[in-house]
Design a protein around this ligand. Structure first.
Ligand SMILES: [Zn+2]
Length: 222
């Protein structure tokens, strides 16, 4: 590969690259396999998921996690829901706590903006493409992210684990996230709201393969 093509330098496919350069496609299934979590590509971090998306009503069906009807943010005036219909572009600005029910059981607070783009399927009846794109914090920056828990009744913050992505990188992201979720789940006192007394459900990570039996039940619940 030429030195100038840094944006794809970290993705490999079995074919000879010179045979692919004319039709290189980020949405090709061979490439998506490398992007099903998140991949650092040049200045960005990119994830691509394939999901069935219908219109009227908008439903988003993940092959592993089932229905993911909406995403939720905590804004200045409370909870905000947003849907991800085909050809929609959504942005969660840096600092806004956000989550997707049944997809990840914590509130993600990212210093960088996150952009979500839903593209049509290659043919009718096939899964659509859901892209998550965000800036890749430079090592010299102070940027990071938090995995937080808020009371489901009164939105009091119950638990927060901060991870300095700029320093430790995406490589350590998943392990640190799992440790944060397991700490929160380890003692009911973390889940019990100090303001209203509500006992909140267990947290769970993004990857269903990591779920304990109890976390699998929590994933269905919220
Ligand atoms: Zn509460």
């Amino acid at each position: 590969m030429q030195a100038g093509n840094v944006y794809y330098a970290e993705i490999t496919v079995p074919e000879r690259l010179d045979a692919l350069l004319d039709d290189w496609d980020l949405l090709d299934d061979r490439v998506i396999k490398k992007l099903t979590t998140f991949k650092e590509i040049g200045e960005n971090v990119v994830g691509v998921r394939r999901r069935m998306v219908t219109k009227d009503p908008v439903t988003v069906l993940d092959p592993v996690k089932g229905l993911l009807p909406e995403s939720i943010e905590i804004g200045p005036s409370g909870l905000i829901t947003q849907t991800h219909e085909i050809l929609s572009l959504r942005i969660t600005v840096g600092g806004a706590p956000h989550r997707v029910p049944h997809n990840f059981g914590f509130w993600h607070i990212n210093d960088v903006d996150e952009l979500y783009l839903t593209l049509p399927p290659p043919a009718p009846g096939e899964p659509a493409y859901f892209l998550v794109i965000m800036g890749n914090p430079k090592p010299s920056s102070n940027e990071g992210e938090s995995w937080a828990q808020y009371c489901r009744e009164c939105l009091t913050m119950l638990h927060e684990h901060y991870y300095k992505t700029a320093q430790f990188g995406m490589d350590g992201h998943w392990r640190a996230n799992l440790a944060a979720i397991r700490e929160y789940n380890s003692d009911v006192k973390f889940r019990t709201c100090p303001e209203c007394g509500h006992v909140n459900p267990l947290a769970y990570v993004w990857n269903t393969a990591k779920d304990t039996p109890e976390e699998r039940l929590a994933r269905q619940e919220w």
